[in-house]
Design a protein around this ligand. Structure first.
Ligand SMILES: [Zn+2]
Length: 288
């Protein structure tokens, strides 16, 4: 596992001490410093614009980005991104409000915009891919003989997750975990060719995974690992997600679950390098 490259608040303040430098960074993230005419872009004094030294063409880098109409200083935005980027167990609006010294409404809005920029891409997974279902939230007791099980399960948010060994993760909130839903997930997210699908022995997969090379462990018989067949990587994602929701967010409504899920998947897929992750997050926000 690669050593995480740390990125501290001191690094952030050194890299981005003021709004001018933040704006320079945003410009270079979106545009080339050299114009097609051969001139160089320089900042227009006192304005949020850059101008070519030869043909005088102007570019306003914030136009069309989520920073365009914001009254929040760029340094504060960068600080918010820093907090979000480093919070691997998520960050609540309340926490953001405290750390940034902004109103709750402002903190909530910033977090919402960040999460919305982290939608998962549609590039299918391949290779050794683990797949499993997770169940979140919903109160109630299934009863002694599980007579209330279906009622309790109905209240829970259901998620299907898949992860490449040493690779990318994908997770989607779904309305149910029927064979049909699983088949649709597979179809959209996992290449059948050159893939070994690793699951538990649930019957739902028998029909759904037709056409896939599938190997499974029998959780019902307390078999969790057989050789290199297991779903431990997806399961550790589920338990991290459960702990994080409990510790940070308390509860997440079904309606918003997918955007939180996107953020957690993004964190997992970018977990090794703190500095790179900050840059990737800013890039995602600028593109959204
Ligand atoms: Zn030019």
């Amino acid at each position: 596992m690669a050593q995480a490259d740390k990125y501290s608040i001191r690094d952030l303040k050194k890299d981005f001490p003021n709004d001018d430098i933040c704006l320079e960074y945003i410009f270079s993230n979106l545009h080339a410093k050299t114009c097609s005419c051969g001139g160089r872009y320089n900042r227009v004094k006192g304005r949020l614009k850059f101008q070519c030294s030869k043909c005088r063409f102007q570019i306003a880098p914030l136009v069309g980005t989520i920073f365009e109409k914001t009254s929040t200083p760029l340094t504060l935005w960068f600080h918010a991104l820093f907090i979000f980027s480093n919070a691997k167990s998520g960050v609540s609006s309340k926490e953001m409000e405290r750390q940034l010294g902004v109103t709750y409404k402002c903190a909530w809005r910033i977090l919402k915009l960040i999460r919305e920029s982290l939608k998962q891409d549609g590039l299918p997974l391949k290779g050794d891919v683990e797949m499993d279902e997770g169940f979140f939230g919903g109160k109630g007791d299934a009863g002694k003989n599980n007579e209330m099980l279906s009622v309790v399960m109905n209240k829970k948010t259901k998620v299907i997750g898949a992860v490449e060994r040493k690779g990318r993760m994908r997770a989607k909130a779904v309305k149910d975990v029927s064979a049909k839903t699983i088949a649709t997930f597979l179809d959209h997210n996992i290449y059948p060719i050159d893939t070994r699908l690793l699951t538990d022995k649930s019957n739902r997969y028998n029909l759904a995974s037709w056409g896939y090379n599938r190997q499974s462990v029998n959780h019902g018989n307390k078999e969790y690992v057989r050789g290199d067949v297991h779903v431990n990587n997806v399961e550790s994602f589920w338990s991290h997600l459960k702990r994080s929701i409990k510790g940070t967010h308390k509860a997440i409504s079904k309606k918003h679950f997918q955007s939180y899920l996107d953020a957690f998947v993004w964190h997992r897929n970018n977990r090794y390098n703190d500095r790179e992750r900050f840059g990737t997050l800013l890039g995602a926000l600028l593109q959204s």
